[in-house]
Design a protein around this ligand. Structure first.
Ligand code: WAQ
Ligand code: MG
Length: 237
């Protein structure tokens, strides 16, 4: 079955409001376009004056990866969250404490930090933007997914991203903190641990938020190409 990428972006007076992406079969295109335009019009950040939806056939092979298993830590404070995250990544890099410092101090990035496990150096070409992971979706049929924007999508979307990222052989771990001031649960993901939810990654009200990928490569060009462009469907189909 041929698959299509459906991408939506909305803006008002040139300022970005929202965006979304799905990978779907031909018979789902009309429903997904309708749902995306509804979501764009209802977005809390304001009324868009422009909504662009692009549908394009995916010409390359779509990679299918399993979803990481989800578990949850019991951290009650950011200090306890730090212990959980360091427990997960310290076996993978001697610079784990530095990685925690970094991911708990960034904000307003669109993409992720690439953190070299061997040196602690940052490898992303643009430090302000980071590397943005795109071209991915859950493999489940449209009807089985939570309604976009319903609030149930946050964990589902994060699991899709984390599963795509963890699948690349150069990625050892991911640490994520939401940029939403009122959403303080983050996660750390590795192939052996799976997707470990970590409560209280930051104090409530904090504008901090970011993603950091601990990587085992000094030359990330292939990894960046995979993260940005390889179409990936996560989970059973
Ligand atoms: N690719 C790379 N980095 C991204 C992307 C992307 N597609 N989207 C967001 N980021 C970075 C960016 O720096 C954001 O500031 C940061 O991640 C957080 O993004 O199980 O909501 O969309 O309850 O705010 C985790 C759920 C939710 C944990 C994460 O992230 C759980 C979340 P947000
Ligand atoms: Mg957010």
């Amino acid at each position: 079955m041929s698959l299509f990428s459906v991408k939506m972006r909305s803006s008002a007076r040139g300022t970005h409001i929202s965006g979304a992406e799905r990978i779907v079969g031909e018979q789902e295109i009309d429903e997904v376009c309708a749902a995306m335009s509804r979501r764009a019009l209802a977005h809390g950040k304001g009324q868009p004056d422009s909504i662009t939806i692009t549908v394009s056939a995916i010409e390359r092979e779509v990679v299918r990866v399993p979803a990481l298993p989800i578990t949850e830590a019991t951290s009650r404070t950011p200090a306890e969250a730090r212990d959980v995250v360091l427990g997960a990544i310290a076996p993978l890099t001697a610079h784990a404490a530095q990685a925690w410092e970094l991911v708990t101090s960034v904000r307003d990035m669109r993409g992720a930090i690439l953190f070299d496990a061997a040196t602690g150096n940052r490898l992303e070409p643009d430090y302000a933007r980071g590397v943005r992971v795109t071209s991915m979706d859950a493999a489940t049929a449209t009807g089985e997914r939570p309604e976009a924007g319903s609030g149930k999508t946050r964990v589902a979307d994060a699991l899709v991203l984390a599963s795509k990222v963890a699948h690349h052989p150069s990625v050892l771990a991911e640490v994520c903190i939401s940029d939403d001031p009122d959403y303080t649960t983050g996660y750390v993901a590795t192939n052996t641990l799976g997707y470990l939810r970590v409560p209280n990654m930051k104090p409530a009200g904090s504008a901090v938020g970011g993603r950091l990928f601990v990587v085992d490569t000094a030359a990330p060009a292939d990894l960046i190409e995979y993260l940005e462009h390889t179409p990936v469907l996560v989970g059973e189909s």
